[in-house]
Design a protein around this ligand. Structure first.
Ligand code: AMP
Ligand code: TRP
Length: 344
């Protein structure tokens, strides 16, 4: 993509990320995103939102959307996000996201968006029937990040390209308006054992809420029996677990299960192989099941507890939106000045 000479950004460090309220959360969301959010809130100023504006790029039932937003919020809290530490809010409640997104639509180039693989995947064979919003989705994402001048963005591997686009938009805006250090170049935080959790039915497809088979994923709401059944049915091969990382890499299903076990027990894949290499899945799977029940069970319990008190969730979201606006509004005011709008 376009190259802009980087100028050091001198503002404060800030974490920002979000998840769409478009279905139940799964283990990939939990390990790839939520766990990281909860850890980072202790290290930096943290903003975590529910991406409801992004969700409506594909149809969402108006009768269900607000409740889905509460469910994602409950999952954030269950994963350990603390509203006293992190600012938690619904994207649509902070109008500055949309306002900056429009200006960024005039900064981003068509050619940049044409390269976005997520649009190609999501629009499939029916590109001309997709919403325009699905196409400009990554531009809104750039606005989400830059309206807070966020410097660190924890996401799963699949969001890497959107972060590159965000950096390009920041660079072009800074260049075009002659303000070399106005927006930071946000860093994606992708590393870590949970960055890419794959389907339990197919080691080459990522675990996803849109997979038609519920056996492909572990949902945060799955009870112990469901987790057990899904682990038992998880696809494997007839060989014992490999002894080396090289051999593991050639066996996607085994690789995924070893990765999940490692992420849940804070071990590298090599450490997991040191324990289980040469042993059969008949030995490994019950251990994996145990790790999942221990890891997800308490989150599920907390999730249910938070969902029982929607008034408390709404209070957290309202307070978060207010705090978020206080940071976002000055950015948009400055941007309007830089662009040269009347009255800015
Ligand atoms: P989504 O559910 O697609 O809105 O994703 C929400 C967050 O979870 C994003 O940070 C994604 O990158 C992350 N994520 C989604 N699926 C996976 C997966 N299979 N493995 C790891 N992270 C994931
Ligand atoms: N596109 C992200 C996803 O599907 C959600 C998202 C929207 C996001 N805006 C963001 C993530 C800003 C990080 C930063 O998971």
């Amino acid at each position: 993509m376009t190259d802009h000479t980087p100028v050091p950004y001198a503002g404060p460090t800030r974490v920002l990320s979000g998840v769409q309220p478009s279905g139940a959360l799964h283990l990939g969301n939990y390990l790839g995103a939520l766990v990281k959010f909860a850890r980072l809130q202790h290290e930096m100023d943290t903003f975590i939102f529910v991406a409801d504006l992004h969700a409506i790029t594909v149809w969402q039932d108006p009768a269900a959307l607000a409740q889905q937003t509460r469910e994602i919020t409950a999952a954030y809290l269950a994963a350990g996000l603390d509203p006293a530490k992190a600012t938690i809010f619904p994207q649509s409640a902070v109008r500055e996201h949309s306002e900056l997104a429009w200006i960024f639509q005039c900064v981003a180039r068509l050619g940049w968006l044409d390269r976005m693989t997520q649009f190609k995947e999501k629009s499939g064979k029916h590109k001309e029937r997709s919403s325009v919003g699905l196409y400009t989705y990554p531009v809104l994402q750039a606005a989400d990040i830059l309206v807070y001048k966020a410097t660190h963005v924890p996401v799963g591997e699949d969001q890497k390209q959107h972060l590159e686009l965000t950096r390009d938009i920041a660079g072009k805006f800074n260049h075009d308006y002659g303000t070399p250090a106005f927006f930071p170049q946000p860093e994606p935080l992708i590393q870590g054992p949970g960055a890419r959790i794959m389907s339990l039915r197919d080691g080459s497809a990522k675990m996803s809420k849109s997979d038609p088979s519920d056996y492909s994923r572990i949902n945060l709401t799955d009870d112990t029996d469901t987790i057990s059944a899904k682990v038992r049915k998880a696809r494997t091969d007839p060989l014992p677990l490999p002894e080396t990382l090289e051999d593991l890499a050639a066996r996607p299903e085994a690789d995924n299960l070893v990765g999940i076990f490692g992420a849940l027990t804070n071990q590298s894949k090599a450490e997991v192989l040191a324990e289980f290499g040469g042993k059969g899945f008949g030995v490994f799977k019950p251990q994996l099941e145990h790790a999942l029940v221990m890891g997800i069970g308490p989150v599920r319990k907390e999730l249910i507890r938070y969902l029982a008190d929607p008034a408390e969730i709404d209070r957290i979201l309202r307070a978060g939106a207010e705090r978020a606006s206080e940071v976002a509004a000055p950015t948009v005011a400055e941007v309007k000045k830089l662009v040269g709008f009347w009255g800015a």
